[in-house]
Design a protein around this ligand. Structure first.
Ligand SMILES: O=C(O)CCC(=O)C(=O)O
Ligand SMILES: [Fe+2]
Length: 340
């Protein structure tokens, strides 16, 4: 049965049964710890040091925050306001874009697939946007005007991160340029207040499909990542920790393609979104990923340098996306298709 988007007006005094997770998947059954999300200052003038910091954070966590990222505050603000306004539109305006077709942009949906083939629904509505006309809705009116400068500035910041990551890995600075990073889109996620956040998730555990994701949120608190205890910060085992960024900072995480191209040196971090009882939270995830026909494979230089052999087989990004969607983004299931 198709699910009604949460932002379409119904007020929920308790969590409807279709959203209640089985006990072992609830966020309350996991440990939340305090940790500090590494800060990378993209405005620094010593690129060698910044590159090292990116690779260190990427190796240990796959997550960091960037400051002096070059996305103007007013551009971020205008984009967030337009995103919030979309979810406040009357239901019939939003439902013009409601679809299960994963290839359609713009596309409005709820949970992962509007309930189709989903045992439990996630407490989230989502607007998927492309970066080119006509891949966004005509309402709210300011959306297109906000999206273009925001996307351009965020993609420029992502490009700087990718160039620095390449340097830090010992690759040519341009390794990720061209068709390897020529594609992408945006998830505008909206999580209305939930009557009982202990029973639900806004987004289930997943790794992002692309190379790098840049995230902006209107209210802190919601994004969590799986921290592996094998790094400096952990004491063994794994735990879910809150990913909190400073005001004005952007959160950056690596996706599956970065783990593959770096032959496992950089981590594509598993993350999820928990829900909150009070404020509605909106987050914008801008994904930078390969063009569909692009062949993705571990960088030869890394494979040869370590004499370790490639950990992953070459594939086309279009093929990968089909696998990713079929596996619901679940890390180990997706990785099993890619490994040698
Ligand atoms: O809302 C968030 O913080 C996370 C969203 C997310 O993981 C995604 O859109 O891929
Ligand atoms: Fe994600």
């Amino acid at each position: 049965m198709a699910a009604e988007p949460l932002s379409n007006g119904a007020t929920h005094l308790s969590v409807p049964g279709r959203y209640i997770l089985p006990v072992h998947k609830r966020p309350s059954s996991s440990v939340n710890g305090k940790w500090a999300l590494p800060v990378v200052d993209l405005g620094g003038d010593d690129d060698g040091t910044i590159a090292e910091e990116i690779v260190r954070a990427g190796r240990e966590f796959g997550f960091f925050q960037v400051v002096n990222h070059g996305v103007p505050e007013e551009v971020m603000g205008a984009m967030m306001r337009a995103a919030e306004e979309f979810f406040a539109l009357p239901a019939d305006e939003k439902m013009k874009y409601y679809s299960n077709d994963g290839k359609k942009l713009p596309r409005f949906h709820t949970s992962l697939r509007n309930g189709t083939g989903e045992e439990v629904l996630y407490w989230r509505d989502c607007l998927k946007l492309g970066c080119h006309l006509p891949e966004w809705p005509d309402k709210p009116r300011g959306l297109g005007a906000a999206l273009e400068p925001y996307t351009a500035a965020v993609r420029a910041a992502a490009r700087r991160v990718l160039r620095l990551a390449a340097v830090g890995l010992g690759l040519e600075e341009e390794h990720f340029e061209g068709s390897l990073s020529g594609g992408g889109m945006m998830n505008v996620n909206h999580y209305p207040p939930c009557p009982d956040p202990r029973l639900t998730l806004g987004a289930g555990p997943h790794c992002d499909p692309g190379l790098v994701t840049v995230l902006m949120e209107n209210v802190g608190g919601g994004l969590q990542m799986l921290l592996h205890g094998d790094g400096d910060a952990g004491g063994g085992g794994m735990m879910w920790v809150d990913v909190d960024a400073a005001p004005g900072a952007l959160v950056v995480n690596f996706g599956h393609q970065m783990e593959v191209v770096s032959n496992g040196r950089l981590r594509s971090a598993e993350h999820r979104a928990v829900t909150g009882a009070r404020a509605a939270r909106t987050s914008l995830a801008t994904f930078v990923w390969p063009e569909p026909g692009c062949t993705v494979a571990p960088a030869q230089e890394l494979v040869l340098a370590a004499g370790e052999g490639p950990l992953y087989k070459p594939y086309s990004y279009g093929e990968f996306l089909a696998v990713y969607v079929a596996e619901g983004g679940v890390r180990e299931a997706v990785m099993a298709h890619l490994k040698h």
